[in-house]
Design a protein around this ligand. Structure first.
Ligand code: HDC
Length: 280
């Protein structure tokens, strides 16, 4: 039987998470626990399994592993139950999905189901793809398996986007976001990030994923799943531009760094909860 890791959270964690995704002072439902529609932003589902104990170590499954060379490659999140509680005791059950050999790089996919500890019901399912530069060439399979929505590469339509939201991150965005659980020094320590090839510590993938998710939620309402590929890095302080196309019940999207014009999220989509806008 898979070993689970408990994750207990309350309104303080919710406030910190929402602020980490750039929630603003007037957005009371995200920054004030006394607000009658207080809620956590939907991508919070990636947080409970983040620090869960995984049944493997990178050193075991890869011949050459360096934490400085690790980047977040893709993320898939499924929200299996609404509303998302603003405090709860959850249990996350991670497992190794696959290890892919890209020649230069290794790709490691972890899956995890998060359950409500008191009811045993599923709340979230995640798949996280980690891209480790320089760790490939060990003779593993060069392609991953097809796992439906978790692996679909969505294509942005040729027409101009239906909706666009722009938001400037702050210089302190990563410093704040790390308090939601990812204390990887890559996002704060210039000595560490330099070894990985970045003069300035880069923003967490899950932070700009969450900001784009917030843009989709604010524009189209709640979604039951969301999938992204991290195609480029973002520096704290840069401006994100989320470009969205509504395609039936799905919002296909991509995110650009305005200052450079480069894409940081591609092949992405969120599947809306039937009925459109409603409270989470
Ligand atoms: O796309 C490049 C890049 O730099 N992406 C941005 C990465 C990033 O900024 N991530 C977020 C910040 S890092 C972070 O947040 C870490 C965090 O603290 C810890 C995460 C832990 C989460 C754990 C939860 C449990 C890069 C470098 C990723 C790839 O670029 P290239 O090397 O130029 O790759 P390319 O030549 O285009 O393709 C080679 C093969 O790899 C596949 N691929 C490309 N991008 C990928 C990817 N696979 C997965 N994810 C990606 N993002 C390509 O498809 C190609 O394979 P194939 O030839 O078979 O098509």
């Amino acid at each position: 039987k898979a070993k689970g890791t408990e994750f207990v959270y309350d309104d303080r964690d919710v406030l910190l998470y929402n602020l980490g995704l750039g929630a603003k002072r007037p957005e009371l439902r995200w920054v004030f626990e006394g607000s009658e529609d207080f809620e956590v932003l939907p991508t919070f589902g990636v947080i409970p399994p983040f620090s869960a104990e995984v049944p493997y170590s990178f050193d075991e499954i890869l011949p050459s592993f360096s934490p400085m060379m690790l980047l977040h490659g893709e993320q898939y999140l499924e929200i299996r139950k609404f509303p998302i509680p603003t405090s709860a005791k959850l249990i996350a059950y991670p497992c190794l999905v696959e290890v892919v050999d890209k020649g230069n790089a290794a790709v490691v996919v972890t899956g995890s189901t998060t359950k409500d500890a008191s009811t045993g019901e599923d709340l979230f399912y995640n798949e996280s793809t980690i891209f480790i530069r320089g760790s490939g060439g060990f003779g593993g399979p060069s392609k991953g398996t097809n796992r439906g929505p978790a692996t679909t590469a969505h294509k942005a339509p040729a027409r101009s986007p239906d909706k666009v939201v722009e938001e400037k991150t702050t210089e302190e965005q990563a410093a704040l976001y790390r308090l939601s659980g990812d204390r990887n020094p890559l996002h704060i320590d210039p000595e560490f990030s330099k070894v990985g090839g970045f003069k300035v510590p880069i923003l967490h993938g899950l932070c700009f994923f969450g900001i784009s998710g917030k843009h989709i939620y604010a524009t189209y309402g709640p979604f039951k799943n969301i999938k992204v590929r991290f195609a480029g890095t973002v520096l704290p302080g840069q401006t994100l531009r989320t470009e969205m196309w509504r395609e039936g019940n799905r919002v296909v999207f991509q995110t650009k760094v305005v200052e450079t014009g480069k894409l940081c999220i591609v092949a992405a989509a969120a599947e809306l909860v039937a009925g459109g806008k409603q409270k989470l």
